[in-house]
Design a protein around this ligand. Structure first.
Ligand code: SDX
Length: 434
């Protein structure tokens, strides 16, 4: 972050003294105006609901160019990492440490993560408190938060070693907890992780194997899942990452912070959109119904949105959506489902929307959630678990951002202010005067 030559000057039409504020330049992307002295100098706050024009931190992890539709993890384009790069754990190492691992570093990292995939044997008893049909995200919020009660040896956030160990534990145990949530929901026994399988193969094994027969890993499907995880790994200061940072700014332990991130991701406007997008496609049912559905979306009173479309930052095609659509092809072809009606419906819906002025004028394009439900469904993942998979993948992004925040000398507890529009001071009237 460097000071730019130019400064921002805030002047007031009522003749109040103007205020000069420094402008900082990043390595790429928009500059920022440092407004930290604004309240002290003017007694006024900025007003920015939804943080449309607010940078809450400086970061070197993920960069998005919304106009170009570009996504970089530590400078590397998502297309290279997801298609001809290494696997998800290689991306995890990159996000956590800032550089891609060499062969020895990767082998050590994989071995460390692999040996942390089991959860404490008592964790299974938390599941019994949930109804079998509990939404997996409610189970994950509860069980991930409960991890804090087992790891008192790594809760000192000011100890770098504790931060490292907690990061590894969370990355390693999320697949185990997500798979346990699934097994619990279908009444099958939990499956322990296996150290001889890769991260994504291990997850598929914990999800779909049973004690009754040998589970055969399909490498094409494993590679597809691995790519899905890479595509969801991090995404700058999105709502759930900002939640993790805000929770972490109070000094809360990393397990509590990630549980808070999971809770935020659950919302249909955020990570819950993949589940909502698939339900939307099933509700539309056939290509013939698309025009009527599009008309509903355009009718503001309907409250209907085209789920999996639109984005706060991308005003162009979400690069992850393109890669997700390619993954759809691969998986459906591998499974002989080339004619999957839902995939054809999704592509026709995308084609129609991208030719429609309503969507074009609002720069609404497919986002990561539009196709992810179709490919996850083809992998055998139930719709209710789609956002759990998103949380599994995003855990590395959350914990990387949390680590960056904790070690940022500028970080303080996050405490936004408000524009108060309620009642001025008044006295409490006696009951007979109300
Ligand atoms: C994720 O932030 C991230 O990076 C998130 C994420 C990540 O990796 O962490 O990328 C993951 O959350 C992707 C987004 C998933 N959500 C959805 O697909 C839900 C549907 N999308 C919308 O809810 C919406 O697009 C948001 C929430 C994603 C973005 O909303 P904004 O930036 O606040 O934009 P907006 O709601 O102000 O919309 C601008 C206009 C409005 O119309 P007008 O008032 O100008 O007439 O576009 C319309 C909106 O009504 N609009 C949509 C729409 N999205 C926006 N209209 C129909 N369908 C949609 N999907």
């Amino acid at each position: 972050m460097t000071n730019s030559e130019t400064k921002a000057t805030l002047s007031f039409s009522d003749g109040s003294p103007s205020l000069e504020m420094p402008i900082y330049k990043g390595s790429i992307g928009p500059d920022v105006i440092d407004i930290r002295k604004l309240y002290g100098s003017t007694g006024m706050f900025t007003y920015d609901p939804g943080f449309m024009s607010t940078a809450a931190c400086n970061s070197s992890i993920t960069y998005i160019d919304g106009d170009k539709g570009e996504l970089l993890y530590r400078g590397y384009p998502i297309e290279q990492l997801a298609v001809n790069g290494g696997d998800f754990l290689e991306t995890c190492y990159l996000l956590l440490n800032g550089e891609l691992p060499n062969a020895a570093e990767k082998a050590n990292f994989v071995s460390t993560v692999t040996r942390h995939t089991m959860v404490h044997e008592q964790m299974q008893f938390f599941f019994r408190g949930f109804r079998r049909d509990a939404h997996p995200m409610s189970v994950l919020v509860g069980t991930v938060g409960a991890l804090a009660s087992f790891y008192h040896d790594s809760l000192d956030i000011n100890d770098e070693r504790h931060r490292e160990v907690s990061a590894i534990r969370l990355i390693a145990k999320m697949p185990t907890l997500v798979a346990m949530a699934y097994k619990y929901s279908i009444g099958q026994p939990f499956v322990y992780p296996r150290n001889d399988l890769s991260y994504s193969a291990n997850f598929m094994h914990m999800m779909f194997s049973t004690p009754c027969e040998e589970y055969k890993v399909n490498e094409v499907l494993v590679r597809a899942l691995d790519r899905i995880l890479i595509l969801h790994a991090d995404h700058e200061q999105n709502a759930s990452t900002s939640t993790v940072r805000l929770a972490g700014s109070s000094g809360a332990n990393p397990f509590a912070c990630i549980a808070a991130g999971i809770a935020c991701l659950w919302g249909p406007a955020h990570g819950g959109a993949n589940e909502a997008a698939l339900s939307m496609l099933e509700e539309i049912g056939s290509v013939d119904n698309i025009p009527e559905f599009i008309a509903q979306v355009k009718d503001k009173n309907s409250g209907v949105k085209l789920m999996g479309f639109g984005h706060r930052v991308y005003k162009n095609y979400d690069p992850r959506a393109k890669l997700m659509r390619e993954t759809c092809y691969e998986v459906l072809n591998e499974l002989g489902l080339q004619d999957d009606p839902l995939f054809k419906l999704a592509m026709e819906l995308e084609r129609i929307a991208l030719e429609d002025e309503y969507f074009v004028s609002r720069k609404l394009y497919p986002n990561v959630d539009f196709y992810s439900g179709i490919v996850q469904r083809a992998l055998g993942i139930p719709t209710a678990l789609f956002t759990g998979i998103f949380a599994l993948a995003r855990t590395v992004g959350w914990i990387s951002q949390w680590k960056e925040m904790i070690s940022d000398p500028e970080q303080k507890i996050g405490r936004p202010r408000q524009l108060f529009v309620g009642s001025p001071r008044r006295d409490v009237p006696a009951m007979d005067k109300r």
